[in-house]
Design a protein around this ligand. Structure first.
Ligand code: GLC
Length: 713
């Protein structure tokens, strides 16, 4: 039905109008890249721009839509896109923080609320989820994904797509997802954004591609190409990625859009000499829509005349565009998403705020809690709240915070005051986030001396992570570390609350603070969510989705590395190690503490030898051995001891987040089959191989029970 309508429309369109549908320009309402064109309204009116991003609100989208559907020849409605990455107005934790919840329902809920608000503001399409696997914390966009692990990242990618797109587009609270950045953008050399990506086909397919595939299998309708080159060819002109893998192997039937001017950037990449060649390379590789580059806009008609691209290819791209506009119901009612009344009742609603607070609490990771410093009693204590992020609204929403506004945020100080009404709460900023100014130290230390407990909030500015925000040294900027050291020197218990977009390096704090709470950038409800944890109204349950290194020299460091031929041996010089730092991270993947403790029984397994036709049942009994109810993320890892190629020391193959009352025990069972053990063998075939496997179950990737099984033919 839709196909017929699309084809009849295409038959009526001129070549220029077709190219207009393949053109996406930004409005001047937001800057998310290096160029802005101020002619976008005129382009819409001439039918030369069929899609707009960075324009939002019901009123503004309605205005622009009116131009398209009333003043152009074909009256084809506009598609409105926007980066709704972790919330539209009600801002949720940065995606890396949400990943720390290991709670797929919470993550889907977050995406659902974001889509509900964004569509109420007239938006049809979000450039999310970003699913790039990243193992280098120097890379600023690590904040935008789900961390280092392929298995966790794939599940989260699918959850986010489901949250964004819902079951269908019959209502007006679901929108198009856009899987990005295809592909392997997170593997930028040296953690430097936009840098070269070069890896084996095996690592590409085993580690980096699965989350994109998971998002597409979850129904994502669009894919965005990445800025980086891969194996010498920019992703935006990469036939292997866009045609062989995406279309041929994965049977993707949706729309491929470029990243911001990434067609043009194939000139500096050095694979084309000019924009016209860049457009031809992109279109012939399989790129349907040109984001902001105006390359198709300026050159595609000429390329057709010269026979460098054919109209059939353009028609196919236009088909993808028109199809999703039909899917969204825009031809029936171009204004159906631009509803001012719905916008007013939906945005920043209490229901959405409550959801944000819940997801935020679940994203918090307790890294240290010596002498049960936490939770803090709500009464009878003088609490010093100190630090540049303690009463700071502007950083809480993090990078890629959509239309979120700092004024809507609850600061940590506000959250603490709202909880500890019975105690005395005093504040001192202490220092700034990134200057060498120390004049605030004295007031902060004096306050600390006359308090019972110190909560110090330190970390990064929101713009120190996100796009074009790589850092070569990932410690605390400015003089924050000195401030913390002076507070610890008072001898009072110091609780360090971290707010950051990436793993940071803070070995002194790890050794000397009484408690450390990783809170990422939690968004609008940050202060309330952190206070819920600090005062024990919520028992922290987060687990790190990314390894925290001891220092930058260890990078890249991730849990599922290889053994090497000379694995570290303290008794043998000639083994793989550093002279100045252990091989182990500050905090391993999957790490996170609770206010209670959990005990693990030995692993029970239904058979020590199994065949590809049998299920392996792996069970452990987990007991809450503490005094408080709490949640535990029970993690399952596997190691293939001998393969036709080397295999990681362990790989995540399952997890279950369970609630246990104090003293309660539960048996947790995982099912594994030979299919879960597949990898690309020496001939690059996706298969499993018989042999011995170590099975690990535990509370994080380093603290596990283990047993061994054998897979036979
Ligand atoms: C940016 C980002 C991309 C975003 C796009 C539109 O450069 O790389 O993730 O969706 O431009 O804002």
């Amino acid at each position: 039905m839709i196909a017929r309508k699309v084809d009849s429309l295409i038959n009526l369109m001129t070549l220029e109008e077709k190219i207009g549908q393949l053109t996406l320009f930004t409005s001047d309402w937001a800057t998310t890249g290096p160029t802005i064109r101020d002619t976008y309204k005129a382009d819409i009116q001439k039918g030369l721009c069929g899609n707009i991003f960075n324009a939002y609100t019901a009123a503004y989208t309605r205005d622009l839509q009116k131009v398209a559907v009333e003043q152009t020849r074909m009256k084809i409605p506009l598609l409105f896109g926007y980066d709704v990455i972790h919330g539209y107005k009600t801002i949720f934790p940065i995606p890396l923080g949400e990943a720390a919840s290991w709670d797929l329902a919470a993550i889907e809920k977050s995406a659902r609320v974001a889509a509900t608000e964004a569509t109420a503001a007239g938006l049809h399409w979000t450039f999310a989820p970003m699913v790039d696997i990243a193992r280098d914390p120097r890379w600023g966009r690590i904040m935008e994904g789900a961390g280092e692990d392929t298995y966790l990242g794939s599940l989260i990618a699918a959850a986010r797509v489901k949250g964004i797109q819902g079951e269908n587009f019959n209502g007006t609270n679901t929108m198009l997802a856009c899987v990005k950045h295809f592909a392997a953008y997170g593997a930028a050399q040296a953690g430097r954004d936009y840098h070269t990506v070069d890896m084996s086909e095996r690592v590409l397919r085993e580690t980096f591609l699965p989350p994109y595939k998971a998002a597409i299998d979850a129904g994502a309708h669009t894919v965005m190409t990445s800025f980086n080159e891969l194996d010498g060819v920019p992703a935006t002109g990469n036939v292997h990625l866009l045609h062989d893998i995406l279309r041929d192997e994965w049977k993707f039937k949706g729309l491929v859009v470029t990243d911001y001017t990434s067609i043009n950037e194939m000139i500096p990449h050095g694979v084309v000499a000019n924009e016209k060649e860049a457009g031809e390379l992109a279109l012939n590789a399989g790129v349907d829509m040109d984001m902001q580059g105006a390359v198709y806009y300026n050159h595609l008609a000429q390329s057709v005349k010269e026979g460098k691209v054919n109209v059939a290819q353009i028609d196919q791209s236009v088909r993808y565009v028109l199809r999703i506009k039909y899917l969204l119901g825009l031809f029936e009612d171009p204004y159906r998403y631009s509803n001012v009344e719905r916008e007013k009742s939906t945005i920043l609603s209490k229901e959405n705020q409550d959801a944000a607070r819940d997801v935020s609490r679940k994203s918090i990771v307790l890294l240290k809690n010596d002498r049960n410093t936490l939770p803090i009693a709500k009464t009878g204590r003088t609490i010093a709240v100190i630090g540049p992020l303690a009463d700071n609204k502007s950083e809480l929403i993090g990078a890629w915070s959509g239309a979120g506004e700092p004024k809507d945020c609850v600061t940590l100080l506000q959250g603490i005051r709202a909880k500890a009404g019975g105690g005395k709460v005093e504040y001192a900023k202490g220092c700034t986030l990134d200057t060498m100014e120390r004049t605030g130290f004295k007031a902060a230390v004096d306050l600390a001396k006359r308090s019972d407990i110190i909560v110090v909030a330190v970390g990064e500015k929101a713009n120190m992570s996100g796009e074009a925000a790589s850092r070569s040294m990932i410690g605390l900027p400015g003089v924050q570390m000195e401030l913390v050291q002076q507070l610890v020197a008072t001898g009072k218990p110091v609780v360090v609350v971290l707010m950051n977009g990436r793993p940071l390096v803070f070995p002194w704090i790890a050794d000397n603070a009484a408690a450390i709470v990783e809170t990422w950038f939690l968004g609008t409800q940050a202060g309330n969510a952190i206070a819920d944890v600090l005062f024990g109204d919520y028992n922290p349950s987060g687990k790190l989705p990314i390894t925290f290194p001891r220092n930058e020299g260890q990078i890249p460091i991730f849990y599922n590395m290889k053994y090497t031929g000379r694995p570290f041996d303290a008794n043998n010089k000639y083994t793989s190690k550093y002279l100045d730092v252990p091989n182990t991270p500050q905090y391993p993947f999957g790490f996170g503490l609770s206010y209670t403790t959990f005990g693990y029984s030995d692993i029970k397994i239904n058979k020590n030898t199994f065949t590809p036709r049998e299920d392996l049942k792996i069970s452990v009994t987990v007991t809450n051995t503490g005094k408080r109810d709490g949640e535990e993320v029970v993690q399952l890892y596997v190691r293939d001891l001998v393969g036709s190629v080397t295999r990681p020391v362990k790989e995540l193959k399952g997890f279950q987040k369970i609630m246990l009352k104090a003293g309660e025990s539960k048996e947790v069972t995982f099912t594994l089959t030979a299919n879960d053990l597949k990898f690309y063998n020496r001939q690059m075939q996706w298969t499993y191989e018989p042999g011995d496997f170590d099975i690990f179950v535990g509370t994080n990737s380093a603290d596990v029970k283990t047993t061994r099984v054998k897979l036979i033919e």
